[in-house]
Design a protein around this ligand. Structure first.
Ligand SMILES: [Zn+2]
Ligand SMILES: [Zn+2]
Length: 295
């Protein structure tokens, strides 16, 4: 399975400037693709989705992909209006969202409402109906999802994370004949303070790769030198590493980079986290836009 980071930034796109460089680790908000044989899975639709879309345009049509959304905060959906493959009628996309609706009588799922609202006339000139690809929406089902291709299959489970308004993390297991499963866990937008999260532990158990929120430095989290960020729904690299260690994950990628952290700041956080992971046998990296991993 091939994992590619298309967006790694948290909260708001953060373009690189001459005085605040973000080119190395990326300025676009959350989007990750997972390719397994013919199967294409897209996790979140932050502004990084635009670049994935341009890449997909170079591939033969028709395209089909399944989208999974962690939650519906703006930085995780804002790339969808700019996803060019959704303007080609031969393509089809199945979009699955977390059941975060406060109103159970709603005729459409929460995800569809969020994307429709994002593209209503007041906000954007192109409505969801103007996207000519076949778009189907659904709430996450109650049972695990199985996606099956000719040579591989993906077994997908999820669990709720601690984040204002709710959020879901995902575990994707790739099964191929004659090989042990490859395991990828995706836990962005989550905070659990000094406690381990039972959800992250379940999702990341024995994972080859865990992608985990680490928006704040440990000092920023507790408020050394300013106000704290406790209760804001995000973690630190220390908390992410504790989760990875307890879950037995092999590699940890820190994500949802704070818009106030430029490349040099992230490089120094990466150095600290990498050194802390070494004696534990865990490779720790800061997720970088366009980085691909083969599991
Ligand atoms: Zn976010
Ligand atoms: Zn969020």
């Amino acid at each position: 399975m091939k994992i590619t980071f298309w967006g790694t930034r948290g909260s708001i796109p953060t373009p690189s400037t001459s005085t605040f460089e973000t080119q190395r680790y990326g300025g676009d908000t959350t989007c990750v693709s997972i390719e397994s044989g013919d199967l294409l899975l897209i996790l979140d639709a932050g502004s990084g989705l635009r670049l994935l879309g341009l890449d997909l345009l170079r591939r033969p049509k028709p395209l089909h992909a399944t989208f999974l959304f962690s939650h519906l905060h703006w930085d995780h959906i804002q790339g969808f209006p700019f996803f060019m493959p959704a303007f080609h009628p031969e393509n089809s996309f199945h979009l699955l969202g977390p059941p975060l609706a406060p109103n159970p009588d709603s005729p459409v799922c929460t995800l569809e409402r969020a994307l429709r609202r994002q593209q209503d006339d007041l906000s954007f000139p192109v409505n969801l109906e103007d996207m000519s690809a076949k778009l189907t929406f659904a709430d996450l089902p109650s049972d695990p999802i199985e996606l099956t291709g000719p040579d591989t299959s993906l077994h997908i489970t999820w669990a709720p994370l601690n984040h204002p308004g709710g959020c879901f993390g995902y575990r994707v297991e790739e099964h191929r004949p004659g090989r042990p499963p490859a395991i990828f866990a995706f836990c962005t937008d989550t905070e659990h303070g000094t406690q381990l999260s039972p959800s992250v532990q379940r999702l990341a158990a024995g994972a080859d790769v865990l992608v985990h929120d680490a928006q704040y430095s440990p000092d920023e989290y507790i408020g050394n030198g300013g106000h704290d960020h406790i209760g804001w729904g995000h973690s630190t690299w220390e908390q992410a590493l504790a989760e990875a260690q307890a879950a037995g994950a092999s590699r940890l990628f820190l994500t949802h980079h704070d818009p106030l952290h430029d490349d040099s700041r992230l490089a120094s956080l990466e150095k600290q986290a990498h050194e802390a992971g070494q004696p534990l046998g865990i490779q720790v990296h800061v997720a970088a836009q366009f980085l691909s991993l083969d599991l």
